[in-house]
Design a binder for this molecule. Structure first.
Ligand code: SIN
Length: 552
């Protein structure tokens, strides 16, 4: 008999969005928070620069909105932008209430020390040194651990959502929970929940080079898609211009705040080159800077470019960027004396599951927030440091909306069927996983990267299709493991990115194609909406369906 847990609210993911959702929803009810590694493993924890928010009297919501809209290249939803920007100050207060300390100015301790990043017309980035995400997550996690209404389960990987449609119940298709793998016990169990919140981050691990931690495999997006929800603007993948280029430095970001403090990008000869593309130079929005670097590397054949902030004193760099300074030094790069070698890397998914700013989706019982969601805040390109803000504010809005909507969603009475292994056995071919994982990531980097063409996208489509089929077979033949589940999700993410990219016949924001270099007059979202079938979890879930049929 399979174990089934019951909870009013299930939150999947432990970044800023998941933790804030748990804390806010736990004010009213019990929350089960599930996370696939340790609770402090998330992209939020790795965020360096900070969190943008209007706190300076010289700044305004209108200015923050304007910067967000202009970076978003016509694809933002203005109401979503307003809701997130205006929700910022309360979000910051809630973080301070759980003990997060944002840096203040030495000369005026009553004022925040605000950082500057690309695309912002004001200094408005609150930070805690250059480990802002870590400082936030640390305090939020303490609050979560201390909360009597929150239970955390670590080392538990989501497999698939369970919906009434899939269970062949009549009425509106509603999410009623999901299947999960307890990694240590190697046991699949179910969670039956009235509300399921997906806050599992984005899918940048689908690219060979990324600034993200290994957990960023797009699990929530892939699960929601398999459950039949539409995804939006998946082609809008943000490449951060400056990841440390060093053979021992996997995924180490050199924060945009370094450019905010005057760092400039130069080539091997020490010449500036971003200025050829944009008068804002190194502080232009990320899409422009990343493309300029890509162009310069291809033009010169160099493996990287350089970020030069040697004009600042060692003392300033040690105080403002203690983490970056130290990490670079450990790797033999003294940023006070020499330019830092950098390359672009996949950093953030602006697209995701179609959702409103309060996490509502087309499926009752299922809510999606943070990087997993596409709310219209980022449009075709995300303004720096708007992502922690979105995760934080959306989670608060979700909790508010559930307070009023809760009575409207009646309890659906269902029993989740047992998970069946059928003929599946322990894999003796883990090499397949390793191989396919590398192939997907290389294919995406080479063909669906910063600069795209129809030909490259078509090549990627063919390869990803074959890989998807092979991975599905493997998934059905062998007992599930975290690696296989992540690979299966990554393959879905790759397919969705390619499909969206092929649909967009223009260059806009983060999507740049040599075949259509101009931006079209009208801005349109790319929405993928498949009827259950090809993408449906019914093909993939290894459980007996209520009709007694199983896929195998
Ligand atoms: C950075 O510190 O450059 C990252 C900030 C962000 O991605 O918003």
């Amino acid at each position: 008999m399979m174990r089934t847990l019951h909870t009013p609210v299930l939150v999947v993911g432990s970044g800023i969005a998941g933790l804030q959702a748990a804390l806010k929803l736990a004010e009213k009810q019990k929350v089960l928070l599930i996370t696939k590694r340790t609770a402090d493993t998330s992209s939020s924890d790795w965020a360096q620069g900070g969190i943008s928010c209007v706190v300076d009297p010289d700044d305004s919501f209108d200015a923050h909105m304007e910067d967000t809209l202009s970076t978003g290249a016509g694809l933002c939803d203005e109401e979503a932008v307003r809701a997130i920007v205006e929700g910022g100050p309360e979000g910051i207060r809630s973080l301070e209430r759980v003990g997060v300390h944002f840096e203040r100015r030495d000369s005026r301790p009553e004022e925040y020390d605000l950082g500057r990043e690309g695309g912002h017309t004001h200094r408005r980035v609150l930070h805690a040194g250059d480990i802002t995400g870590h400082a936030i997550i640390l305090k939020m996690l303490q609050a979560v651990h201390d909360h009597p209404n929150i239970r955390i389960m670590e080392g538990v990987m989501a497999i698939d959502l369970v919906t009434t449609g899939w269970l062949k119940h009549s009425g509106v298709n509603t999410c009623v929970g999901g299947y999960f793998l307890d990694v240590k016990l190697e046991e699949v169990f179910a969670v039956r929940a009235r509300h399921t919140v997906l806050a599992t981050g984005g899918g940048c691990k689908v690219y060979l080079y990324t600034s993200n931690p290994d957990v960023a495999t797009g699990d929530g997006i892939a699960m929601a898609w398999r459950a039949g929800l539409p995804v939006k603007n998946m082609e809008m993948v943000q490449f951060h211009p400056t990841c440390l280029f060093h053979r021992k430095a996997k995924s180490f970001l050199i924060s945009e705040a370094v450019r905010g403090e005057g760092g400039v990008l130069v080539n091997q000869k020490g010449d500036r080159f971003v200025e050829k593309f944009d008068s804002r130079g190194s502080l232009a929005p990320r899409d422009i800077v990343a493309r300029a670097i890509d162009h310069e590397m291809k033009r010169t054949g160099a493996p990287c470019v350089y970020l030069d902030i040697t004009h600042k004193s060692r003392e300033f760099l040690q105080n403002r960027f203690p983490n970056i300074y130290q990490r670079c030094l450990e790797l033999g790069v003294d940023m006070a004396e020499q330019p830092i070698p950098v390359v672009p890397a996949a950093h953030y998914f602006c697209g995701g599951v179609e959702a409103t700013v309060d996490g509502a989706t087309r499926m009752p019982g299922l809510h999606v927030i943070g990087e997993t969601a596409c709310t219209g805040l980022h449009g075709a390109n995300r303004l720096a440091s708007n992502s922690l803000l979105e995760g934080l504010v959306s989670a608060g809005l979700l909790a508010e909306s559930l307070k009023t909507k809760d009575d409207l969603i009646g309890e659906v009475s269902v029993t989740i069927p047992d998970w069946e292994a059928y003929h599946a056995v322990h894999s003796d071919e883990a090499v397949v996983v390793e191989h396919n994982w590398n192939e997907i990531r290389t294919c995406m980097w080479d063909y669906v990267g910063i600069v795209r063409t129809d030909k490259r996208l078509e090549r990627a489509r063919r390869r990803i299709r074959n890989l998807r089929n092979e991975i599905r077979e493997y998934y059905l033949d062998y007992l599930v493991t975290p690696d296989v589940l992540e690979l299966r999700n990554l393959a879905t993410i790759a397919e969705l990115v390619v499909r969206c990219a092929r649909r967009r016949k223009e260059s806009r924001g983060l999507h740049f194609t040599l075949d259509y270099p101009e931006m079209r007059g009208e801005a349109e979202d790319t929405v993928l909406e498949d009827p259950p079938g090809e993408s449906s979890q019914m093909l993939d879930a290894r459980v007996e369906t209520p009709s007694g049929l199983s896929y195998k």
